[in-house]
Structures are given as structure tokens and as C-alpha cells.
Design a protein around this ligand. Structure first.
Ligand SMILES: Cc1cc2nc3c(=O)[nH]c(=O)nc-3n(C[C@H](O)[C@H](O)[C@H](O)COP(=O)(O)O)c2cc1C
Length: 209
């Protein structure tokens, strides 16, 4: 049983990383072998729309033809039993690095066939992990949309999130007076551990399924 987590934040010790570590801890307690990869350590680009992954009889049918820093990770993600995808919300979406990963992970399994068959043979359980500044529930429609896409294309999918995260250690140093630093700090100390516990439970649940 293998659980792979991909972090779409450049900040390796911050909110998204902590949530992903919790999800992996849950999967580990359910017996999984775990691994975390920081997407910012890899050199890769997004989907080029070459459609080699759909070329009948082609060498790359069902796989991404681009050979770069993401190639090995795409293989690992396809072959994992549980996949955790973690990202901060940047301008109401995942980060560019996570977006590029998602394009190259999802497009090769998709066909434009009438029966809508998929090309990945294995179903992978997916845990989506998000962190952001906005209040609880703000992005739930977006998360539900992503969950539906991963459910249809990859495997059983759940999501967890941490809202109103601590973005700066010292808010007074930044042009950011719309936030109440004390509220953020208190929330980080009281609610964020609970968010991490939810990530842990999700990780355990998906690995046990
Ligand atoms: C470039 C950028 C864009 C952001 N856009 C949003 C946004 O649209 N909505 C939001 O709620 N938070 C936004 N945030 C805040 C982050 O999502 C939040 O601080 C997140 O927890 C950071 O994750 P990290 O600590 O793992 O890096 C943005 C932060 C940055 C740096």
C-alpha cells in the first residue's frame, strides 16, 4: 500500500505541508508506505495539448509524452494506492505548479470516446488538501467541483481544508492590515490543529478503504 503526497506550495514547512504531513501520518497508521514530494523542487511545465496521449497506436497512448522533471512523479501518482494533492489557494485556484501537475495527470487518462472510457487501469484514492485566507466554506463549490472531476477520472475522492490560515509570522512587517493578527494567531493555535486532525483522519480512512 503506497501513499504519495504532492505539495503545491513553495513553503515547505507551512500550512499546506503540515496538512499533508498529517494526511500521510494517517495513511501510515493504516499501514501505508508514505512519500512526500514538493512540486517546487521539480522542473516541469504544463500540458502542451500535443494529444500524443490519445494518439491511437502511438508510443505515448495513455501517458504524457513530455519528458521532464514530472515524468517519474506522474508514473508514481498513477501507481499509488492513495494520492494526496495539497495546495494553497492562489487567486481562487490551486497554485500554478499544482495546476500544471493536474493537467498532465488528468489529460492522458481522458478519451473523447462515446463510452468515455479512461486509459488508466488502476483506480487511485484521492485526498485533496487546501489551505487559504478566506473564511470557512468560501471555496466549497470549487472544492466540490474538483472532487467530482477526480471521482470520475481517478478514483474515490475526498477533500479537507484549512481556512483563515496564518500567512505571516509577523503581520506588522507586511502591507496586510485587513487581517487581525491576533485572530489569525489564535486560530492557528486552536483551529488549525483540528484541521490537521481532519487531514489525518482522511488519510487513515482512504488508506483503510
Ligand atoms: C500569490 C498568492 C495568492 C493568494 N490568493 C488567495 C486567494 O485567492 N484566496 C485566499 O483565500 N487566499 C489566498 N492566498 C493565501 C494563501 O492561500 C494562504 O496563505 C495559504 O494557506 C498559504 O499556504 P502555505 O502556508 O502552505 O504556503 C494567496 C497567497 C498568495 C501568496
Amino acid at each position: 500500500m503506497k501513499a504519495l503526497a504532492l505539495n503545491g506550495s513553495a513553503r515547505k514547512d507551512w500550512n499546506t505541508a503540515k496538512m499533508l504531513e498529517s494526511a500521510l501520518a494517517g495513511a501510515k497508521d493504516a499501514g501505508a508506505e508514505t512519500k512526500l514530494v514538493n512540486l517546487f523542487d521539480l522542473d516541469y511545465k504544463g500540458c502542451r495539448g500535443c494529444s500524443a496521449c490519445k494518439l491511437l497506436g502511438g508510443k505515448f497512448y495513455g501517458a504524457c509524452a513530455q519528458q521532464d522533471g514530472l515524468t517519474a512523479i506522474l508514473e508514481e501518482a498513477k501507481n499509488a494506492d492513495v494520492l494526496f494533492l495539497g495546495s494553497p489557494i492562489y487567486f481562487s485556484d490551486v497554485t500554478g505548479m499544482m495546476r500544471n501537475f493536474i493537467e498532465r495527470f488528468l489529460f492522458p487518462t481522458l478519451t473523447y470516446s462515446k463510452d468515455m472510457h479512461r486509459l488508466y487501469t488502476k483506480r487511485v484514492k484521492v485526498g485533496l488538501v487546501y489551505t487559504f485566507n478566506a473564511p470557512d466554506g468560501f471555496y466549497n463549490d470549487y472544492f466540490a467541483g474538483q472532487q467530482a472531476i477526480f471521482n470520475a477520472m481517478i478514483g474515490d475522492t475526498e477533500y479537507v481544508y484549512a481556512a483563515e490560515t496564518l500567512q505571516f509570522t509577523d503581520y506588522s512587517k507586511y502591507d496586510a492590515d485587513m487581517f487581525d493578527p491576533e485572530q489569525r494567531k489564535t486560530r492557528h493555535e486552536t483551529v488549525f490543529p483540528e484541521d490537521c486532525r481532519k487531514a489525518y483522519e482522511m488519510g487513515k480512512r482512504l488508506a483503510e478503504k
